[in-house]
Ligand binder design. Structure first.
Ligand code: NAG
Ligand code: NAG
Ligand code: NAG
Ligand code: NAG
Length: 392
């Protein structure tokens, strides 16, 4: 049994009651766009990150604005850690051990993280912890689709916070709730020109969702495995540092790769700390794929293939050739809705409808992002999932 299944069973016992008999699937939504109603909490603000500034200064404006929310978020993590290991020992460990780890991270991430700690006043170790968290606990849905005019569209729900404290009164995940105020859109510029754009959490320097306008779009989903993130991170701490942090790789690819093919090669061949799925869209017909990664290899590449009538690729958190865990099947409902929409009618609007259909939308969903490479457009929305709604 994988750690994920194990954790999921534990969570199931502690979280679900008769009101969530999984799988809870509703009819495919329509006319949800422009975003409105109870599943839409709000628009996402834009910030510029100037890559010409020294790494330690790049995040100052954003962190100055989001400091209070970031402190609240990290306090919530501390509270959970204290509840888990009373006496504050775990947090002590974080404050003593993880700052040392900041020095081992590659450029520019080490300096950026130190800059964020300095501006926010949050202990360095806790900012490091916040940045490691996403490498381990992200569950999501990502779709790349080609419409009948050859436009590539890329959508994703970012679901985060599983197993991190269920708020019984509010029927919500504590960390997911605290993350919503931290969601921002970032415009990374060099020489005053956009290099890439991303939806991100303030305080986090890796990338989970991004677009290089007119060139490619990229999202990353967690891939659970026994040989998972914990082992790679442990190896890193113990000094074996040849693997790359996944979300640092996605950021580096967004920053430096100049074509779909180059991005694909780097994502498929760079050694990683943990397994992952990379969902990549290009700017020409047929350019959309899911790269299924182990730490060392690309295990599988599934690409759009119009000749086979495969006009989209869709990834949640299970290998596409395996059945998803029945308690957590977001793939079947999402694919059902994609097939119902058809290639003729796929657009950012209809993709938003699909990403608004429960359980593709669930209690962990913090944001939905829609990207179109040909226009360079990235838009994102903070989400809520009113009851009845699956916890994941
Ligand atoms: C296409 O999608 C729109 C928006 O959801 C919907 O109103 C329309 O009925 C759909 N058209 C077809 C042919 O399915
Ligand atoms: C429950 O949710 C409400 C509204 O979202 C919020 O104001 C309140 O602080 C939450 N309660 C807890 C204990 O987090
Ligand atoms: C940067 O570009 C914006 C428009 O994209 C322009 O208004 C601004 O003056 C430019 N700033 C500099 C320093 O070139
Ligand atoms: C697609 O990307 C390639 C590689 O970066 C670039 O040369 C080409 O101009 C792009 N095509 C379009 C239509 O933007």
């Amino acid at each position: 049994m994988s750690p994920c299944v194990l954790l999921l069973s534990v969570a199931l016992v502690s979280v679900t009651s008769a009101q969530f008999v999984p799988p809870f699937t509703e009819d495919c939504r329509s006319h949800m766009y422009p975003p409105n109603g109870p599943t839409f909490r709000g628009a996402v603000a834009w910030y510029t990150v100037d890559l010409d500034l020294p790494p330690s200064k790049r995040w100052n404006t954003l962190i100055a604005d989001k400091k209070t929310d970031l402190v609240t978020m990290i306090q919530a993590i501390r509270d959970l850690a204290d509840a888990f290991v009373p006496s504050g020992r775990l947090v002590e460990l974080v404050d003593v051990t993880l700052p040392l780890m900041a020095n081992t991270l590659p450029d520019p991430f080490s300096e950026e993280i130190k800059g964020i700690a300095a501006v926010s006043g949050i202990p360095l170790g806790e900012v490091v912890l916040f940045n490691i968290f996403y490498e381990v606990f992200t569950v999501c849905t990502s779709i790349v689709a080609e419409d009948d005019k050859g436009n590539l569209l890329h959508g994703r729900n970012l679901d985060f916070g599983l197993f991190m404290g269920w708020d019984v009164k509010n029927k919500s995940w504590i960390i997911s709730e605290k993350l919503k105020p931290l969601v921002v859109n970032l415009d990374f510029k060099r020489n005053n020109q956009t290099v890439f754009k991303s939806t991100n959490f303030a305080g986090y320097v890796g990338m989970l969702t991004g677009i290089k306008p007119h060139t490619f779009t990229l999202t990353m989903n967690e891939r659970f495995s026994l040989d998972g993130g914990y082992i790679g991170i442990l190896e890193w701490i113990l000094g074996q540092r040849d693997g790359m942090w996944m979300s640092f790789l996605t950021r580096s690819v967004l920053e430096n790769a100049n074509s779909y093919e180059e991005a694909k090669t780097r994502l498929a061949t760079t050694k990683l700390l943990a397994p992952a799925y990379f969902i990549l869209g290009g700017n020409q017909t047929g350019q959309g794929c899911i790269i299924t990664r182990s730490r060392t290899l690309s295990i599988d590449l599934l690409e759009i293939d119009l000749k086979l009538n495969r006009w989209y690729v869709l990834e949640t958190n299970y290998d596409h050739w395996e059945q998803p865990l029945f308690l957590d099947d977001r793939r079947t409902p999402a694919m059902k809705c994609m097939n119902q929409v058809t290639q003729k009618n796929i657009s950012l609007k209809t993709m938003y409808d699909i990403l608004s259909t429960k359980p593709v939308l669930n209690k962990l969903t913090t944001y939905t992002t829609l990207m179109q490479v040909s226009t360079g457009n990235l838009e994102s929305y903070i989400r809520d999932c009113p009851n009845p709604c699956m916890p994941w």
